[in-house]
Design a protein around this ligand. Structure first.
Ligand code: FE
Ligand code: ZN
Ligand code: FE
Ligand code: FE
Length: 211
């Protein structure tokens, strides 16, 4: 790799990193949406997928303004965030709500990483007085922040606390214990988890059969 000899080349390096990150996300977001159960979460992820595709195009405009060929430089951090997200989504959850809550957490880690990356690139572009570059990167930054806020909103509604906690009169919060725990505790009588599941159904909560 060429020596980074100026703030301009430092900016180019960052844009290559962001370009790789965004391109990866155009493949990763659909996977997260597919693993999600909550309709609001699915549509938020799909909406952000569309924005992400625009963000890739916006970075291509940035390359043009910087008189550089669009080139992605593997973003190891985004690779890692995506790998962790996939891994968590594949785990076994008693309730879809719990998986959704985990997916939101993974997605928010991604948004925060992007917000940090764009924030630094914008600061450098501003120092270089590259106003058009600043404007393009700021458009994306605003989308990342809005996506993060939307996810926070959904996070507050996605987990049906009552269902996840079971019927508190009966057995405290056993319903939130892992399936292994539930099996160990299941005798002839109904377990708290079963009751929690009924509550989940009755209140519209979704529980997907074991995958
Ligand atoms: Fe993005
Ligand atoms: Zn990176
Ligand atoms: Fe980690
Ligand atoms: Fe994003």
């Amino acid at each position: 790799m060429a020596t980074v000899d100026s703030l301009k080349s430092l900016l180019v390096e960052q844009v290559k990193d962001l370009y790789d990150a965004e391109k990866r996300l155009t493949k990763a977001i659909p996977k997260l949406a597919k693993a999600s159960a909550n309709e609001e979460l699915i549509s938020a992820l799909q909406e952000h997928l569309g924005e992400t595709q625009n963000q890739v195009a916006r970075l291509e405009q940035v390359f043009e303004l910087l008189e550089e060929r669009p080139k992605a430089k593997p973003c190891e951090a985004m690779k890692g965030l995506i790998a962790e997200g996939d891994e968590h989504a594949k785990e076994d959850y008693e309730y879809d709500d719990l998986r959704d809550a985990m997916i939101i957490g993974s997605a928010q880690r991604v948004e925060h990483y992007e917000i940090a990356g764009y924030g630094t690139a914008i600061a450098h572009a501003r120092l270089l007085e590259l106003d058009d570059v600043v404007r393009l990167l700021e458009e994306t930054l605003a989308e990342e922040k809005a996506a993060d806020e939307k996810l926070t909103e959904i996070a507050e509604s996605v987990v049906n606390i009552e269902a996840a906690a079971g019927d508190e009169e009966e057995e405290e919060t056993e319903a939130a214990t892992p399936r292994r725990g539930r099996q160990a505790a299941s005798g002839s009588r109904t377990t708290a988890a079963d009751r929690g599941r009924q509550t989940a159904r009755a209140s519209g909560g979704s529980r997907r059969s074991r995958r």
